[in-house]
Design a protein. Structure first.
Length: 501
């Protein structure tokens, strides 16, 4: 490792010396702009029209094949890469001396004629070039070869943790990673297009909240100095969006950054993206249909198919999806019927199923433990798990045929929860009693239980129509549609432990 650091320091010293030489040549190594006429892929795609014509393009130097007075250079922009042919006789001695001070990673702008080499490669015969940005650190080396018509990378920037920490290098070296994030943007845009087409209004609600709510999670806490008050980063935007339904809007959504002070794993990042939608005069049955149509239409729009790969499993997003009541799912996958059982009986069943539980876990938490560990891993194809126990859902409306349940569903695909939806609770008296039950759970040590929100209760007292609501985990949807195994693979700058901790 020490040898590698010495080698890096030596390479960086050489690059600094080259920078000084460039400056001594009265060349500005970091100019302000460069006007391009074409991008690299445009040149290749339009070769017939551009052959023999002068163009201007720019990019990062990826390869230099030095042949004395004539050199071949590969440069890359966001679209792809193109070959340059640079001769001393074409650019002149002064510019050719500058060329000899270039390194891999430098940015250059070039002007010249478009042609094809004897091997048929589209190339720019350069008659002038400019240095646009000197690179002072060597790039990671990527070697590749073509076997059976397939591109195989065998020496890439492959250390996963280092790639997450230095995403700029990951994007620079691994073009397939760049494609994942281009798809991410397209997926989010497709979601917006789907919702906007239905007439729903995109809104913005506070990130800093005087009281957090809308989910069962621990918040991040901060302080506002001027007001001398504690504020929380939102864990959800549900309660604000419902206030807008009270205020007369009939369909509102937000694609928001939410923050939960929880562990980090393949499916959880403390900062994540959620889409929440609330629609007046509808219920959870409506929302199940909407989810199926949204996921399948977004996949069709971005990928051109409703069938996607999760690892080596094919997932079919085509509606309709399976609908399975929660207690039936538990019975199907564990053999135990837990409906109507007492707390002590549920604890005994959890022990028989070898689940780690503790005395502070209430009825709802124990049911959730069984679901998370023994049912969810089996839910590969899209499945709505419906009709949850009331203890697990303080913001959902009681089931119209069973007062022990609520009208709630969670959609699972590839063993992951993708979304959570309710027929929303719009009875202020019932809502207040649910909050009070949550506060008792907090007193028993459940720091993820929800807190009393008197202002939200007051809003409900003015009246809220029947409403369907949903939260969709955008990062998890993107993981699914890009076949990525970890949330860190679809978040540009995931949170990481401090080095050495």
């Amino acid at each position: 490792m020490e040898h590698q650091h010495e080698e890096l320091n030596q390479l960086m010293r050489i690059r600094r010396e080259k920078l000084e030489q460039i400056q001594q040549m009265q060349v500005v190594p970091y100019p302000y702009r460069y006007e391009r006429t074409h991008r690299t892929q445009e040149i290749k795609n339009s070769f017939t029209e551009l052959e023999g014509k002068k163009i201007a393009t720019a990019g990062r130097v990826l390869a230099i094949r030095n042949q004395g007075k004539a050199n071949f250079v590969d440069i890359a922009d966001m679209q792809g890469k193109i070959q340059l042919y640079i001769r001393k006789d074409d650019v002149g001695e002064e510019k050719f001396n500058l060329f000899n001070l270039l390194d891999l990673g430098d940015f250059i702008g070039v002007k010249g004629d478009v042609l094809k080499t004897r091997t048929g490669e589209v190339t720019i015969k350069v008659d002038s070039f400019e240095l646009l940005g000197k690179s002072l650190r060597p790039m990671p080396v990527v070697k590749e070869k073509i076997e059976d018509g397939k591109r195989i990378i065998y020496d890439q920037f492959a250390d996963k943790e280092l790639r997450y920490r230095q995403r700029y290098l990951d994007l620079l070296v691994n073009t397939d990673v760049r494609e994942v994030f281009i798809k991410r943007t397209k997926i989010v845009r497709a979601i917006r297009d789907f919702l906007d087409a239905k007439g729903f209004l995109e809104v913005e609600t506070p990130v800093l909240q005087p009281l957090y709510g809308g989910a069962s999670a621990r918040p991040f806490t901060t302080h506002h100095n001027a007001l001398d008050m504690t504020l929380y980063l939102r864990i959800a935007d549900e309660l604000y969006l419902k206030r807008l339904i009270v205020g007369g809007f009939e369909g509102v959504y937000e694609i928001s950054k939410d923050f939960r002070n929880e562990g980090i794993d393949r499916f959880h990042n403390p900062e994540f993206t959620m889409m929440e939608l609330y629609v007046a005069y509808e219920d959870y049955n409506y929302m199940m249909n909407l989810v199926e149509n949204m996921f399948s239409s977004v996949a069709q729009s971005v990928l051109g198919t409703m069938k996607v790969m999760n690892g080596d499993q094919e997932i079919d997003l085509t509606p309709p999806w399976k609908r399975l009541p929660l207690f039936e799912a538990i019975k199907q996958y564990t053999g135990y019927d837990v409906y109507g059982k007492s707390l002590a009986e549920i604890q005994s069943i959890c022990n028989a199923l070898h689940l780690e539980i503790d005395p502070s876990m209430g009825y709802g938490k124990l049911i959730d433990e069984i679901m998370s560990n023994l049912v969810e891993p089996k839910l590969i194809q899209p499945t709505h798990i419906i009709d949850y126990p009331i203890e697990l859902s303080p913001l959902a409306k009681k089931h119209r045929t069973d007062p022990n349940l609520v009208e709630r569903f969670e959609s699972f695909i590839a063993s992951r929860e993708m979304c959570n939806a309710f027929s929303e609770l719009n009875d202020p008296i019932d809502q207040k009693s649910r909050f009070e039950a949550q506060m008792k759970l907090r007193e028993l040590g459940d720091d993820e239980a929800q807190v009393m929100d008197d202002d939200f209760i007051q809003a409900l007292e003015y009246g809220m129509p029947p409403t369907a609501g949903i939260g969709v985990g955008i990062d998890r949807l993107i993981m699914l549609l890009t076949n990525q195994p970890s949330i860190r693979d679809v978040v540009l700058f995931p949170h990481m432990r401090s080095i050495g901790s």
